[in-house]
Design a protein around this ligand. Structure first.
Ligand code: FAQ
Length: 344
């Protein structure tokens, strides 16, 4: 739709969410009176009516497990995702840039917290989720296993990584699980600002000295393919897409979203005056979309398995932060217990 920005889509999803909460769900269906309704029938009716499943509702175990996996992976990504950018907080080129970056990294901590809270509504504790991350039993996004070598990488992360995140996450604002959908609306509004700040960093560099321009181009060259890989394996190799789409958790396949991202980035790269590192990139008039060279999915598989450039460093840092923060969590629990008159 012309002029339909990602933020317009988020606002539409927000309105749909409010409307859905006002409609009552018909759970009687066409079933004859003689046949007893099952909780599965009610669940199916809610999904078919595009209503939201709420924590109090019955849901199939596999639906619950899929949500826990995806929401936890998403939460872990936000928290681990603070590391590559955190690397540049003390080296930002001006006080203003530093303040903006600090605020962005704090937003990511906030996103992690909304998401852990959404996962907790499914009956699993945050401690348990964090333990699963640290023991390597849950994943986080492949993208955060790449290093941030120059200041331009902060621009490339904002433009490309937040850009990919928002293309992937806007449809999640219409996810069938209410707490996740509501968290995503808030997150997407903030991600949109993040993407613009990344674009602005790159725009400044690409219109600066030749050295700054080269630095911006080099960052885009390194972050382009890892960003395309963020959308996951091709649909044919995606384990969960089909079922997740049937449940209204995912709304689109990985390849479709990857294509939307490419179509969004090409004109933006032109405005930046930077090139995307793909000789195969060209307008395909028959499909009304850009043709592009896909990412190296073997590399994605290696990074997911733990063999990317920074996997070990990221997890070691997270483990250290968890250990060093233990006293803060204990003190907070003791303080809360004291205020409520109990023991921790
Ligand atoms: N990295 O069957 P599918 C952000 C795994 S937040 C690692 O297609 P699904 C904000 C997948 O888990 C970025 N693993 O899976 C920010 C599955 O493994 P399993 C995070 C990946 O779930 C910006 C297997 O491969 N966003 O960037 C990846 O249907 C800047 C088969 O894949 C989200 O988490 C990958 N890239 O689709 C923060 C969004 N791709 O569990 C800081 C929510 C796939 O069977 C700075 N998540 N895998 O062993 C989703 O939309 C989906 O989970 C997908 C994957 C699309 C990521």
């Amino acid at each position: 739709m012309d002029g339909d920005t990602l933020l317009d889509q988020v606002e539409r999803a927000e309105r749909a969410l409010v409307d859905a909460s006002r409609r009552s769900v018909r759970t009687d269906g066409d079933r004859p009176d003689t046949q007893e309704r099952t909780v599965q029938d009610d669940f199916d009716a809610i999904i078919a009516a595009e209503q939201k499943i709420e924590p109090r509702d019955w849901m199939p175990d596999a639906y619950r497990r899929t949500l826990i996996r995806q929401i936890a992976q998403h939460a872990h990504s936000e928290i681990i995702g603070m590391q590559p950018e955190g690397n540049w907080i003390s080296r930002a080129p001006s006080l203003k840039r530093k303040a903006i970056l600090l605020a962005k990294v704090q937003d990511e901590a906030g996103h992690g917290l909304y998401l852990y809270a959404a996962a907790e509504t499914l009956g699993i504790g945050r401690d348990e989720l964090v333990a699963m991350l640290l023991e390597g039993r849950q994943k986080y996004s492949s993208i955060f296993n790449y290093p941030t070598l120059t200041w331009a990488d902060i621009g490339a992360i904002g433009w490309l990584v937040d850009g990919a995140a928002i293309v992937n996450q806007v449809p999640l604002c219409r996810c069938s699980y209410g707490p996740y959908a509501r968290a995503m609306i808030r997150i997407c509004k903030e991600e949109s600002f993040h993407q613009r700040q990344g674009f602005e960093i790159l725009f400044t560099l690409s219109h600066g000295t030749p050295g700054q321009r080269d630095m911006a181009q080099d960052a885009v060259n390194r972050w382009w393919y890892p960003s395309l890989a963020m959308f996951g394996p091709p649909d044919a190799d995606s384990t969960h897409s089909e079922q997740s789409m049937a449940w209204g958790i995912k709304r689109f396949g990985n390849d479709d979203l990857r294509q939307r991202f490419v179509d969004m980035c090409v004109p933006q790269a032109e405005v930046l005056g930077l090139t995307l590192p793909d000789d195969g990139l060209r307008w395909d008039a028959d499909r009304d979309r850009y043709a592009f060279t896909p990412p190296d999915f073997d590399e994605l598989a290696r990074v997911i398995r733990g063999d990317g450039p920074c996997n070990r460093q990221r997890l070691a840092h997270r483990r250290r932060a968890q250990d060093e923060g233990a006293w803060v969590r204990e003190a907070a629990a003791a303080h809360a217990a004291k205020r409520s008159g109990g023991t921790p």
